[in-house]
Design a protein around this ligand. Structure first.
Ligand code: XMP
Length: 421
């Protein structure tokens, strides 16, 4: 197994380690990022054919230029020091394929073959549980695990009532009907709404949703009897960004934080933990997961609950779901989706006066938001043409009962956040 060449990137505090890692992998060469302080044993355990010292200024502005540890400097492998060499694609390619003679064999198909074999060895005939959110990571994990162990996998999808239009049905169609995965869908909509009755504070909403999710999930897991492994959709940036010096703390999936500690599993399975997001999408595509899932934009764990301002009611959520569906469809069919990383509707808790059929109406104000972002830490408003916005606003305000006004959010992050709550 692991019959592909490996390169180790030593990160000296650069903001570009991930960028270089992605560039290397695009050449079909597997690489891992280790902290500059990694021991020689740690480095050699990966059996690398070469090293990249990511301490250069050439591709960034904020590099901490630390010296190479004396033991690391003695490693007898070809190395590319990005402090002294430019890190353009041609250098990289010459170095990896030319100087180091590495074979570009790390493809998504190779990853799948290797991972499926490893999962089979790890899991054997035991049972596996996966919390399906319908997001890219958990979906691709489900497809991988299904290929590896088939019916030994059970996925549980908790419908908390804050999904977008048609999503619960889509999840069932893709994974249960399409893949033939054991998928348990739990309709917990009423239960969540009753817990959230009268709650206005966004952070309290999040907390209640998180806790209730765990409770519902635990109850369902108990019904399934003994389960051995729990799947976690950790991806590589979760590991790299959790910080080297802080140790190995890995961000748990937003929806399932705390679960593995509460249910006694024999182990955790993290099949995509060495992949970047785009690679997860590629693996999904190669496994036959449809684009409606692999190309899905990021969606918060508490879903529409943080886009429906004020108290959550079934009526408000239904209005928001419709408005959101219309906006997304309009934006996609007008060809603007590629310019935006996240685009959605928000139900503001403001009601305004309007007019319909010569009569006065009193309805909700819907806000539309579309942003462009690299890292979700900062974001820019997508300057959608006003004619497009007028058209979309018209469809929403005339097509949905209870809505009579639509506004476009033109605030960058910062000072705003992407979500409204
Ligand atoms: P903000 O609103 O902080 O969002 O600019 C940054 C990114 O994080 C997502 N987000 C969440 N994701 N649970 C999640 O899983 C949450 O509670 C949550 N709040 C925000 C948001 O959609 C954006 O991509």
């Amino acid at each position: 197994m692991n019959n592909h060449d490996c390169l180790v990137i030593l990160d000296f505090g650069s903001i570009n380690a991930q960028m270089v890692a992605k560039a290397v992998r695009q050449l079909n060469i597997y690489c891992e990022v280790l902290p500059y302080s990694a021991s020689v044993e740690q480095i050699l355990a990966l059996n690398p054919k070469a090293l990249i010292l990511q301490r250069g200024e050439a591709c960034g502005e904020r590099t901490l230029q630390r010296a190479i540890p004396a033991e690391t400097a003695k490693i007898d492998l070809p190395s590319l020091d990005l402090m002294t060499s430019p890190c353009d694609a041609v250098t990289l390619k010459n170095f990896l394929l030319g100087k180091c003679g590495m074979t570009p064999a790390w493809t998504m198909d190779a990853f799948i073959t290797e991972t499926v074999a490893e999962l089979r060895t790890q899991i054997g005939s035991r049972k596996v549980l996966l919390a399906m959110s319908g997001g890219v990571d958990s979906s691709v994990c489900a497809a991988l695990l299904h290929r590896a162990v088939g019916k030994q996998l059970t996925c549980v999808f908790v419908d908390h009532g804050f999904m977008r239009k048609n999503e619960p049905r889509q999840i069932s169609e893709v994974f249960k009907d399409g893949f033939g995965i054991n998928l348990v869908s739990v309709d917990a909509k009423a239960r969540f709404l009753s817990k959230l009755k009268g709650v206005l504070d966004p952070e309290v909403k999040r907390k209640i949703i998180g806790e209730e999710f765990i409770r519902v999930f635990e109850e369902e897991a108990a019904k399934l009897g003994e389960l051995d492994y729990f799947v976690q959709g950790t991806i590589y940036p979760d590991i790299i960004e959790s910080g080297w010096d802080g140790g190995k703390s890995v961000k748990a999936h937003h929806n399932v934080g705390g679960l593995p500690e509460r249910i006694a599993f024999k182990g955790i399975v993290e099949p995509v933990k060495y992949l970047f997001k785009d690679e997860v999408r590629e693996v999904g595509k190669a496994l036959g997961v449809p684009p409606v899932i692999t190309d899905r934009q990021p969606f918060p764990g508490p879903g529409l609950a943080v886009r429906c301002i004020g108290e959550l009611t079934g009526e408000k959520l239904d209005i928001l779901r419709e408005a959101d569906a219309i906006f997304r469809e309009e934006l996609e069919s007008a060809g603007y989706a590629k310019q935006a990383n996240q685009y959605f509707a928000v139900l503001t808790n403001v009601q305004s006066v309007g007019v319909a059929n010569d009569a006065r109406t009193y309805g909700y104000v819907i806000a539309l938001r579309a942003v462009q972002t690299q890292d979700f830490m900062t974001a820019k408003v997508v300057p959608l043409p006003v004619e497009f916005l007028i058209e979309a606003a018209g469809k929403i305000a005339t097509g949905i009962k209870g809505v009579n006004r639509v506004v476009y959010d033109v605030t960058n992050k910062p000072p705003s956040t992407i979500e409204w709550e």
